[in-house]
Design a protein around this ligand. Structure first.
Ligand code: UDP
Ligand code: MG
Length: 318
């Protein structure tokens, strides 16, 4: 049986590009040997986007559409697309024609070679340098360093995934861009591929510079969850232990000072410091223990596995 591709496209006020995008996707996808579906997720558009989608869905049964009740954001739109996708391969792209469907066959070829993720890289990016390309380059450098997954372009939507490496990951905030890092954390083989990029010719970009701060905060969450998501006590407990150790050192110094110089402890600000370090240290350990309770509630209340399986043989449980 042919493998199926699900193309997932978030749409927010992109009425002008939907028909040309559908046309160019169709002419590319029909040349491949895959079955395909195109899932448009209308993220609360107030222009004629959904009307266009209704027309497209009527003409072409490959087209599927979801309409949100309000604007939830690109990440949530992508998450809804994943939830409804039937494909063995999932490909994300923007609706604004900045990504080019003709890159898809080369991406599929990479997946056939055995990679699990093909990450598009806008090597020749067509956006304003100062407000777009530069911040994005800095962010990519930082994300690569922090996650240890070195990609040039986390922000490029055009990426292809084998479905297995996407399951079990819920998306919040601006987190769709961290999907490659998540996939890597469950053992996916990732390859980067330069893709075409066009200037935005219709409509407007939906983002400003405030996105940078959100992405940085998300990065913190991703790093924390990846490293300590299953063992929060390792982080909070170590910090707590370090603080208590410092507090003990401070007290020892005060005792020594008292014995040698006869200084009254109460006259030194260090006494207050050591008490504070001690209290914060103990609290940090307790916060870690509450974290441990939360992890257990999270995994056990939903029967969530703490691992991801690539394949299994002669086992019936899916
Ligand atoms: N988008 C969305 N919801 C939003 C903002 C954007 O679904 O709240 C979609 C938008 O229609 C486009 C994609 O996300 O298909 C990328 O948005 P945009 O082109 O504005 O981002 P940029 O390319 O400027 O980074
Ligand atoms: Mg764009």
């Amino acid at each position: 049986m042919n493998q199926t591709i699900s193309i997932i496209i978030p749409v927010y006020n992109e009425e002008a590009t939907l028909s040309p995008l559908h046309e160019s996707l169709t002419s590319t996808l029909t040349t491949t040997s895959y079955d395909y579906e195109i899932i448009f997720v209308d993220d609360g558009s107030w222009d004629a986007s959904f009307k266009r989608l209704e027309q497209l869905a009527q003409q072409d049964s490959h087209v599927k559409a979801i309409q949100f009740t309000r604007n939830y954001g690109q990440t949530t739109a992508i998450a809804a697309g994943i939830d409804h996708a039937k494909g063995d391969i999932v490909i994300f792209m923007d609706a604004d024609l900045q990504n080019d469907p003709t890159d898809i066959p080369a991406m599929l070829a990479k997946l056939e070679e055995g990679y699990d993720v093909v990450s598009g890289w806008r090597a020749d990016r067509q956006d304003t340098w100062l407000t777009r390309t530069l911040p994005s380059q800095l962010a990519n450098g930082l994300i690569s360093k922090v996650t240890g997954v070195h990609l040039h372009d986390y922000g490029c939507t055009l990426k292809a995934y084998r479905r297995e490496v996407l399951t079990g990951y819920k998306l919040y905030g601006e987190m769709h861009r961290f999907l490659p890092a998540y996939a890597a954390s469950v053992g996916a083989r990732i390859v980067e591929m330069p893709v075409k990029h066009h200037p935005r010719r219709y409509g407007q970009s939906k983002y400003g510079l405030e996105r940078i701060l959100k992405v940085m905060l998300d990065l913190l969450t991703v790093k924390f969850l990846h490293k300590y998501g299953q063992k929060p006590l390792y982080l909070f407990g170590s910090v707590g232990a370090a603080l208590i150790f410092l507090s003990i050192l401070t007290v020892l110094y005060l005792i020594l000072d008292k014995m040698v110089q006869g200084t009254y402890m109460i006259t030194s600000p260090l006494l207050l410091l050591s008490v504070m370090l001690f209290i914060i240290g103990v609290q940090s350990i307790f916060i870690g223990l509450i974290g441990e309770l939360l992890v257990r509630t999270y995994h056990e209340s939903q029967d969530k596995a703490t691992y991801t399986i690539r394949r299994h043989l002669n086992l019936h449980k899916q």
